[in-house]
Ligand binder design. Structure first.
Ligand code: SF4
Length: 62
């Protein structure tokens, strides 16, 4: 399992992560980030890609 944590104090809702892994990260109708905290191991590459592109470096992947 991949464990995902987003520091919501850092997140500025830019949404870049959503393009990398749309099944994990999404902006809601209010423009706030929503994400799933656990994903299948097969999704790791895209999730790590999302962490890499986050301009605020708000995403932690374990
Ligand atoms: S890319 Fe980073 S700052 Fe932007 S919505 Fe995702 S976690 Fe938040």
């Amino acid at each position: 399992m991949v464990t995902i944590t987003v520091d919501m104090d850092k997140c500025q809702s830019y949404g870049q992560c959503c393009f990398e892994a749309a099944d994990v990260f999404a902006l809601n109708d209010d423009g706030q980030l929503e994400y799933v905290a656990e994903a299948d191991e097969s999704r790791r590459a895209d999730i790590e890609g999302a962490a890499d592109v986050c301009p605020m470096q708000a995403i932690t992947v374990e």
